[in-house]
Design a protein around this ligand. Structure first.
Ligand code: HEM
Length: 410
């Protein structure tokens, strides 16, 4: 059973799992204090039970470099212990597996993300991105999240999976249910989430059946069907890994595409610099990913007693790696709260994680975001933020529900 805390005991100002900190954008100051005074910090009481909060850049690297000590499998990858409830099931996914199983399954999908695959996809991505930008109304208010970020990400995933075009928004729907860890607090919602995950599994099962016995094609499902590792993957693992890919590639890229225009609007000097020199786009992509950090954390579980920066971590302890905080670590990134499009070390960000689980889709995400910036530059399109965004209220997915904007020429 997961430890559920009584509301009157919820007092720890450094419990960074509280949804309101993200809904209201109030996480900056407490993380700054944690980094300065207690980068490896024990939280005894939270809605998600006790955990270690890892807020510094360097201790996160240390944890991620020792995957046999700090397991992705023992307790899953988020702060929410979904498996502690009898009324839910987590699909097995390689992001939540340890070696050697992780290695074999990762190998099955990695060929879809090689540099040559990215070159193959780049024309299609450029074309789709341009088409979406050309539907936008100049000078009129619209929601960037819905019209651009969701539309672009779902189109890309639909291409990657050869997914039925008319149903592509289902990918966003399933991804939102899968990634919302707040749902763990409500039994009815947990059951509803499970229902949607089964529906998603059944849908992909059907797509899978259509690819079996067919000649190999360049989409991800066909690649998985024809891979050697597939022989070692059971049915649930196959579905789990497909869900991992749609969730992994969905709200992450989507929220970076929103964070990007929101952040550039906040720092107009940086925006002007980028507008004047499109050669800065590839660095600006890294900077936007750092600044947004669309997954605020990943979780590890200690497999044995171990010391981390002088703290005694016990076997079975939960560690939360706050990428969101590490990417604002002033000891690594000068003036870290600002977007600086020509920041020399933007690439050192930890938003993709580090080590054996580092994001397998990183190249695709970078390509999509760079293409968006390049197509905006081609049209001399500037995005003006009209009001503060509506933010996602939870500590795992760090993102936006709505961002009202207009577009104008520069
Ligand atoms: C793993 C972030 C885009 C698929 C991860 C991890 C993070 C992450 C933090 C875990 C790393 C760790 O534990 O060390 C992001 C961000 C993205 C993005 C910030 C966009 C800006 C994508 C895309 C895809 C994808 C486009 C695929 C379509 C995956 C998969 C894993 C993963 C399959 C598991 C890797 C493993 O366990 O070996 N990602 N991701 N991600 N991501 Fe991404």
């Amino acid at each position: 059973m997961a430890t559920m805390l009584q509301p009157e005991m919820r007092a720890d100002p450094f419990d960074m799992s509280r949804a309101a900190l993200y809904r209201d954008d109030l996480w900056h100051a407490p993380f700054r204090e944690l980094r300065a005074n207690s980068p490896v910090h024990r939280v005894e009481h939270s809605d998600y039970g006790p955990y270690w909060s890892i807020a510094g850049y360097h201790p996160i690297i240390e944890v991620e470099s020792l995957p046999d000590i700090y397991s992705s499998q023992a307790g899953g990858i988020t702060i929410a212990d979904f498996l502690a409830y009898d009324d839910t099931v987590e699909m097995p996914m390689f992001i939540a597996m340890d070696r050697p199983k992780h290695t074999g399954q990762r190998r099955t999908v990695a060929p879809a993300f090689t540099p040559s695959e990215m070159v193959r996809m780049s024309d299609d991505i450029r074309h789709r991105t341009g088409e979406i930008l050309d539907t936008l109304p100049w000078g009129e208010e619209f929601d960037w999240v819905d019209r651009v970020s969701i539309e672009l990400t779902t189109q890309m995933l639909a291409i990657l999976f050869d997914f039925p075009w008319q149903d592509r928004r289902k990918l966003t729907f399933w991804s939102d249910w899968a990634g919302d860890i707040e749902l763990i607090k409500d039994g009815n919602k947990r059951a509803e989430r499970l229902g949607h995950m089964y529906e998603c599994g059944a849908y992909f099962q059907n797509l899978w059946n259509q690819k079996v016995g067919q000649p190999p094609a360049p989409d991800l499902i066909s690649m998985m069907v024809h891979s050697d590792a597939m022989r070692e993957m059971d049915h649930l693992e196959f579905l789990g890994n497909l869900i991992l890919l749609i969730v992994g590639g969905n709200d992450t890229t989507r929220n970076t595409m929103t964070g990007l225009v929101y952040g550039l609007d906040k720092f107009p000097d940086s925006r002007s610099k980028l507008e004047a020199d499109p050669g800065l786009i590839s660095n600006a992509v890294q900077e936007a990913i750092r600044w947004q950090t669309p997954l605020a954390h990943m979780r590890r579980t200690a497999t044995r007693d171990v010391q981390l920066m002088g703290q005694n971590i016990a076997a079975g302890d939960k560690l939360i790696l706050w990428y969101l905080s590490a990417n604002r670590d002033e000891s690594v990134f000068e003036d870290a709260d600002r977007i600086i499009v020509d920041r020399p070390n933007a690439r050192r960000h930890l938003a993709f994680g580090h080590g054996i689980h580092r994001c397998v889709g990183a190249r695709l995400a970078e390509l999509q975001i760079a293409t968006l910036l390049a197509e905006m530059a081609k049209r001399r399109m500037r995005v003006n933020v009209l009001r503060e965004p509506e933010r996602v209220a939870q500590c795992f997915v760090h993102g936006y529900k709505k961002l009202p904007v207009t577009i104008s020429k520069y």
